[in-house]
Design a protein around this ligand. Structure first.
Ligand code: HEM
Length: 440
C-alpha cells in the first residue's frame, strides 16, 4: 500500500508519485540517517535549541502568558533547519524576547533569503490544508482522489487559482532549496580541500556532516546499488523534513506541557523522576540516559500522544486486491485509518477520557492486554514515521530541561475547554498560553 496525501510534488517520499519500489529504495537510502548513533550525535544541536527555548521563556515580558506553541514551533523549525538543511534559521536563537512573543517568524538579522524561505514554507503549509478552504484540486482529491492530479495539472496553468499560486510558491521554494543544496556542495568541497575525511575511519565518521542534505550528497556520490539519488530527491527529502517534522513535534511538546500542567499528580511524579536525574550542571542527557532513565516521562509522552493524536487520520491506497476483516477491497481502493478513533477505544484504553500515563507502564495490566496496534501515533508498517526517534529525542530533551527550571500553569488568557484545528495535523486553535513558575 502507499501513502495517500494531497501534498505537492516537492514531497516525494509522501506523494502519489512515489510508489512501492521507488519509494522503498529511497526510504532505504534515508534510513541510515535515523540510526541511533547518528541521532545521538544530534543531541548537542538539539540541546542548544532547547536552551534557546528556555531562554526565550525566561525573556518573555509577560510570564503569565507564555505563547508556548509558538516558541516550541520555532525550536522545532530551527532544529530541522540545522539538522536537515545545515542552515541556521534563527527563529529561536537570534530572536529577542519581545520579538519571540509576536506572531511573525524571523530569520537572522539581514537574512532575507531565510526569511523569504520560511514565508514560502508557511504559505505551502497553508496550501496543503486538507479541508474545504484549500485549493480546488485538494478539495476534489478529498472526494475523488484519482481526479486530483489531472485537476491540479490543469488548474496550475490558470492564473489566479489557488493551484496556480501553489505552483508558483512551490517553484520559488524549489529554487531556494536548490540554492541551499548548492551551498552544502560548496561546503563539502571546501572541507575536502581542507583535508577532512582523510586518516582513520572513526575520525572520518565523527567529522561526517550532521545535516541530512550533506549526508545525502555523500550517499549520492557513493552511488546506491538500487537507486540513483538525484538532486530533486535530496530537495524533496529535505523539504519533507520541514513539513513532517516541525508542527508534529512542536504540537507534541506543547500537548505534554499543557496536559502535565493541569494534572498535579502527574506533574509531581514526573518532577520526582526528573529531579532524580542530576547530570553535571549544563550537561544534556546522553542518548542512553534518555533511553533508560525516564520511564515515567515515556509514559507521559505516550499518553499525551494518545490524548491529543497529532495525525488523527492516515491514508493508504491498495496496490492489489485484498481482504481485510471480511471486506474485499479492490486494487486502487482508498483506505483511511483512524488512529484517533483507536486512541479513544475503551476496550483498549479503559476510561479513555482520563489522562493517565500509568496505563503505558510496562507492568500495567492494561498495557499487557492491549492490541499492539491500538496506539499508533507514528503510523504503522513499512511507511510508519521515519522521524519517530528523532522527534522523541527532541521532546524528551526539551521536557527534561524545561522542568529543571520551571513548572507551568495555564494562563488566565487561555480558553477552556481548549479548542483544536484539524489541519494536515492537529493544532491548538489559539495556541497554548502558560504561566511559567521558576523552580527554586
Ligand atoms: C511527534 C512528532 C511526529 C509525529 C506524531 C509523526 C507522525 C507521522 C505519521 C502518523 C506518519 C504517517 C505514517 C503512516 O502512514 O503509517 C508520518 C510519516 C512521516 N514522518 Fe513523521 N511524525 C513526527 C515527527 C517526524 C519528524 C521529526 C520527521 C523527520 C525528521 C518525520 C518524518 C516523516 C516522514 C519522512 C514520513 C513519511 C514516511 C514514508 O512515507 O515513508 N516525522 N509521521
Amino acid at each position: 500500500m502507499l501513502l495517500l496525501t494531497p501534498l505537492s510534488e516537492l514531497n516525494i517520499l509522501c506523494s502519489y508519485n512515489l510508489r512501492d519500489s521507488t519509494w522503498s529504495a529511497m526510504r532505504n537510502t534515508v534510513i541510515p540517517l535515523y540510526q541511533p548513533a547518528r541521532l545521538a550525535r544530534l543531541i548537542p544541536v538539539m540541546q542548544s535549541y532547547v536552551d534557546a527555548l528556555v531562554a526565550n521563556i525566561a525573556g518573555c515580558p509577560d510570564q503569565d502568558c507564555i505563547p508556548f506553541c509558538q516558541l516550541s514551533l520555532r525550536m522545532a523549525i530551527d532544529i530541522i533547519g540545522k539538522t536537515a538543511f545545515g542552515v541556521e534559521f534563527g527563529l529561536s536563537k537570534n530572536s529577542a524576547a519581545d520579538r519571540c512573543c509576536g506572531s511573525e517568524t524571523h530569520g537572522g538579522e539581514g537574512d532575507d533569503d531565510v526569511r523569504e524561505f520560511l514565508k514560502e514554507y508557511k504559505r505551502s503549509m497553508e496550501f496543503i490544508k486538507m479541508d474545504l478552504s484549500s485549493s480546488l484540486s485538494t478539495i476534489l482529491g478529498l472526494f475523488l482522489p484519482c481526479a486530483q492530479t489531472p485537476c491540479r495539472r490543469l488548474l496550475r496553468r490558470v492564473p489566479g487559482t489557488a493551484d496556480c499560486k501553489m505552483d508558483e510558491n512551490e517553484r520559488r521554494l524549489c529554487r531556494r532549496i536548490d540554492a541551499i543544496i548548492a551551498g552544502r556542495r560548496r561546503d563539502r568541497a571546501a572541507r575536502r580541500r581542507g583535508g577532512d575525511g582523510d586518516g582513520d575511519g572513526d575520525a572520518a565518521a565523527r567529522s561526517a556532516p550532521l545535516d541530512f542534505i550533506a549526508a545525502l550528497l555523500d550517499a549520492m556520490e557513493n552511488g546506491g546499488k538500487d537507486f540513483a539519488l538525484e538532486d530533486r530527491h535530496v530537495r524533496a527529502l529535505a523539504y519533507e523534513h520541514l513539513i513532517a517534522g516541525t508542527k508534529t513535534t512542536a504540537f507534541t511538546l506543547s500537548s505534554v506541557v499543557y496536559l502535565v500542567s493541569c494534572h498535579p499528580r502527574v506533574e509531581e511524579k514526573l518532577l520526582r523522576e526528573l529531579d532524580g536525574f542530576a547530570p553535571p550542571r549544563g550537561r544534556a542527557p546522553t542518548a542512553d540516559e534518555l533511553q533508560s532513565r525516564f520511564p515515567y516521562l515515556d509514559q507521559v509522552i505516550k499518553e499525551a500522544m494518545r490524548f491529543h493524536l497529532v495525525s488523527p487520520l492516515i491514508a493508504r491506497q491498495t496496490s492489489e486486491r485484498v481482504e481485510i476483516g471480511g471486506y474485499v477491497l479492490p486494487k486502487g481502493a482508498c483506505v483511511w485509518l483512524a488512529p484517533g478513533v483507536l486512541a479513544r477505544d475503551a476496550a483498549q484504553f479503559p476510561e479513555p477520557e482520563e489522562f493517565r500515563p500509568e496505563r503505558f507502564a510496562a507492568e500495567a495490566e492494561e498495557e499487557r492486554a492491549r492490541h499492539p496496534y491500538a496506539h499508533i501515533p507514528f503510523g504503522v508498517g513499512p511507511r510508519a514515521c521515519i522521524g519517530h526517534k528523532f522527534a522523541l529525542q527532541q521532546v524528551k530533551l526539551a521536557v527534561v530541561e524545561l522542568y529543571r527550571r520551571y513548572v507551568f500553569r495555564h494562563s488566565p488568557a487561555m480558553e477552556s475547554p481548549i479548542q483544536f484545528d484539524f489541519d494536515l495535523v492537529l493544532a491548538f486553535r489559539h495556541g497554548v498560553k502558560l504561566r511559567a513558575i521558576r523552580r527554586e
